[in-house]
Design a protein around this ligand. Structure first.
Ligand SMILES: C[S@@+](CC[C@H](N)C(=O)[O-])C[C@H]1O[C@@H](n2cnc3c(N)ncnc32)[C@H](O)[C@@H]1O
Length: 185
């Protein structure tokens, strides 16, 4: 399996111990984490049942080619939730929240569903695919001035993509063991 530069960059910007990949589609971030093992768990959230079925199928294939004592670890490192991102219980969420590969309006709608006080506790990795100027204006309204904002540019299929990272400067990064856990190809 190959991971695009965009997916790798998104993963590299995350801070732990957990990742919530909202609008995950086929959950590439969670599969990359099985290989890199930087995070305790990736929660894969998508409103599409079909997308998550593909993830489950893929995980079953990885399990088949994995030593038996490690199969349980795969289940521990991934949790799949079929739900609209605007309906999440934000109290239960911590670590990094990824919203990538959707339009700005969807991305902003999901951020707005998170209570304001909770937004500053999370690291946000956002990669909307359209209306970037509007997006820049709107996220400044949604986050306090103490939150740091970075922009990272990556090329994907000859298109320029912008990844926004919002995080609180006091947030301490916590990493799990870096050992390679599973072969994903
Ligand atoms: C193009 S895929 C993006 C996949 C991956 N995040 C990426 O960056 O490549 C968009 C996914 O967003 C999901 N999606 C769109 N709106 C959503 C929402 N409100 N809540 C949860 N998932 C949503 C769709 O079902 C689809 O699987």
């Amino acid at each position: 399996m190959t991971f695009s530069l965009r997916i790798q960059k998104i993963y590299s910007l995350c801070e732990g111990p957990f990742i919530w990949d909202i609008c995950c589609d086929h959950s590439l971030i969670a599969i990359l984490n099985l290989k890199e093992n930087r995070f305790q768990k990736v929660y894969c959230v998508d409103k599409s049942f079909q997308s998550l079925e593909k993830t489950k199928k893929h995980l079953a294939e990885i399990k088949l080619s994995t030593h038996s004592h490690r199969k349980d670890l795969i289940s521990e490192k991934i949790e799949i939730q079929c739900i609209d991102g605007t309906l999440l219980d934000w109290e239960k969420i911590n670590g990094s929240v990824i919203i990538a590969g959707v339009g700005s309006h969807t991305c902003l709608k999901i951020i707005k569903s998170c209570p304001e006080y909770k937004r500053t506790e999370l690291t946000w990795i956002l990669n909307p695919f359209n209306y970037l100027d509007l997006f820049r204006t709107e996220i400044k309204k949604l986050f306090s001035e103490t939150v740091s904002l970075e922009e990272h540019n990556v090329q994907e299929n000859s298109r320029e993509r912008v990844i926004f990272k919002l995080s609180h400067p006091q947030y301490k990064q916590s990493k799990t063991d870096k050992a390679l856990l599973f072969q994903c190809d």
